[in-house]
Design a protein around this ligand. Sequence first.
Ligand code: SAM
Ligand code: MD0
Ligand code: SF4
Length: 342
Amino acid sequence: MDLKNGALTKQQLVDLLGSSDPQVLKELFARACQLRQEIQGKKIFAYGFVYFTTFCRNDCNFCYYRKSNPIERYRKTSEEILSISQELIDSGVNLIDLTMGEDPVYHEEAFDSVVGIIQTIKDQYDTPVMISPGVVEPETIQRMADAGADWYALYQETHNRQLFKTLRKEQDYDERMNAKLYARNQGMCIEEGLLAGVGETDEDIAESLLVMGQIGARQVRVMSFVPQQGSPMEGCQTPDRLKELKIIALLRILYPHALIPASLDVDGIGGLKERIGAGANLITSIIPPRSGLMGVAQNTMDVDDGGRTVEEAARILGEMGLRMASREEYKAFLWGKEEVQS
Ligand SMILES: C[S@@+](CC[C@H](N)C(=O)[O-])C[C@H]1O[C@@H](n2cnc3c(N)ncnc32)[C@H](O)[C@@H]1O
Ligand SMILES: C[C@H](CCN)[C@@H](N)C(=O)O
Ligand code: SF4
């Protein structure tokens, strides 16, 4: 199979996802890293993660924060959110990802405070913003876009409607998809994502990889499912990481210019090297230690001991002959002449 030609068919994707041939895998990862190198050299981007409310009205079967899970929750104030964001920016992240559970309190206040926070980070801190609020009204998306939010992140998890129904209980597939298409049509960049190891087939994954391109997502991700205490899927197994790594590499080959995260939220900082080695060009889930903030799939792993910091990630990148990008380099990549294809 010719990996140089990025136009892989669905069948070729399925074959590669199922392959355990060491030579094929070696070529796959080498090609993915070569493409990243050709496009951005040694630079790797990094996003700060601010999960500012862990209250949620939904009951996703895979998630620790589902409303039926009797866990301790927090809701940070606007002042806290801004000071944590400032701390992350000072540490060297390229963007702030404002993430929330679908917290009814914010829905009641029509997201006024979130809009204000976006404005401050954009106008006063001069930093790109991603918003991950779950499904929100078109009007709210519009206000967030007007406030300057660059990105709307909303992961379908799977593009198999049957499987979606079992994961995102009582949520509508089309409503979720349409929210991100609306954001894209308003000029926002969108991130699409899939969850690996939740009962999907390689055909399902191949379909997702193709849909991600069709909808024009400029950031595309995969996270391996991590079982959560107290959730219906607590007893399910976490998948072999090789699948996630293959998906990262295939995404890079299909969409050479896309932002593809190496999330620290799956295996902590210990999982960074292999994901970058598979072709990821962005580190996500950087969280300041002792800020009282949590991760999603790994809610505390490596947070308070400073494992999920720019400093630690930069050290590891250095060992790989790579380096952290500056905010200006990120902005140039996103908005500059080097047009990023979808
Ligand atoms: C917690 S949500 C935050 C935004 C918003 N609440 C939403 O659901 O879109 C972000 C993503 O984390 C991922 N996630 C949640 N629980 C996970 C788990 N147990 N293992 C791996 N990824 C998980 C899912 O892909 C989910 O879409
Ligand atoms: C899943 C989160 C992102 C939400 N936009 C975050 N923990 C991450 O891994 O990047
Ligand atoms: S994935 Fe998001 S919407 Fe679903 S329960 Fe978790 S926080 Fe809520």
